[in-house]
Design a protein around this ligand. Sequence first.
Ligand code: C2E
Ligand code: CA
Ligand code: CA
Length: 400
Amino acid sequence: MTPTTSTPPDIALPPNLLVIDDEADITDLVASVAEMAGFSPFTLTDSRQFEAIYRQGSFNTIVLDLVMPELDGIEILRQLASLRSEAHIVLMSGFDGATLYTANQLASAHGLDIVGSISKPFRIGEMKAILDKIQQQTVSLGQKNAVPSRLISPTELNYAMKRGDFCFYYQPQVCLGEQKIIGFEALMRWPQQDGSMVAPANFIPVAEKSGQIGELTWSTLEHSLLDFKTLDWIAPGCTLSINLSPDQLSDLSLPDNLTSLIRQFYIDPQRIIIEITETGILRNLTVALDILTRLRLKGFGMSIDDFGTGSATLQQLRQLPITELKIDQSFVADLWNGQKDRIIVESTIALAQKLGLRTVAEGIEHLETAELLKNLGVNIGQGYALGKPMSIENIGLLAT
Ligand code: C2E
Ligand code: CA
Ligand code: CA
């Protein structure tokens, strides 16, 4: 069969989904389902061209056939791992389910984000359901993959950082049983001169790509940790959750640096919870385990953020020194509509209870959802219905 490659669609939207299969009818079929799900697909039948195409584009989703004559799917997964791809990956195979399962495990070991696997021949509805789910998560994951409203350069970010422009907003975390604030999550913001606010989706990826995320986190923490006094005044004994990027989980000096920083502010490590994602941990499991274990030994709490969207296996989860699972907001948002989301939430709660972990549900937009989650056994809730992220000045006003 002559390899064919489609031309990108005429519309202005750059392709964001790459379909790779040596059979053109399959790539075409997947591409039309992807269009129905709101993606802008690009098809590739000659897998040898994969790396060149991938590097040119900005694909957030890849649908990959495992069995191909030239470069097979497993080799492509390896390339994706070395390219440190964060794309959502859907695996396809004409082989039995066990092959897909093994490939899935392999990909997880590489730290890749496998969101689904599908046996060929598949039904259009099956593929559409997986792609719809990716779209929903992309939208509800705090617009993580959103296109920035304006392009921010690493130099601009560096100047802003040196000027100390960045700050944290704090979102309350509420104990669902007692209905009281027991913690806050620090969410970074970049206030502008005109009073507007740049959201993290617009600058965190720039800081990560340009290697500035560590410095950005430290500098913002350094001049925000004084805020902890106000937080503790509003909710005595509260915890503070901070987000770490995957790249920061390769910095072996992190546990010591973080401990000495918070000690300068007389904060007990037991009151700080580190949020990390499954992808962040799996990217370099051995080093991440070293760092997380030392942080845990120093007393920090450890939370898996966006739980359910990554691909950590139960075996890997059991090894991790974690204290909390944070159920991703995409499952919370769909709790009332989707039977499957409810099952995911219920099994996460059961899993957390078995492992002795506490559960936090994020993205709660309605009080009815908070009530339902409480009845399902979730310990802590976070979301617009319980409190939006607020500046420290507005948090202070909660007491008045
Ligand atoms: P995240 O850690 O999953 O944070 C939750 C996001 O959901 C926040 O978006 C929050 O404002 C938003 N949110 C809270 N309640 C609701 C709700 O009820 N409905 C909806 N639709 N959204 C809700 P935000 O502040 O834009 O942050 C987006 C992401 O940026 C965060 O996702 C986190 O991954 C990253 N981020 C934020 N601050 C930091 C930081 O200091 N360091 C790092 N590395 N990443 C950060
Ligand atoms: Ca978080
Ligand atoms: Ca989250």
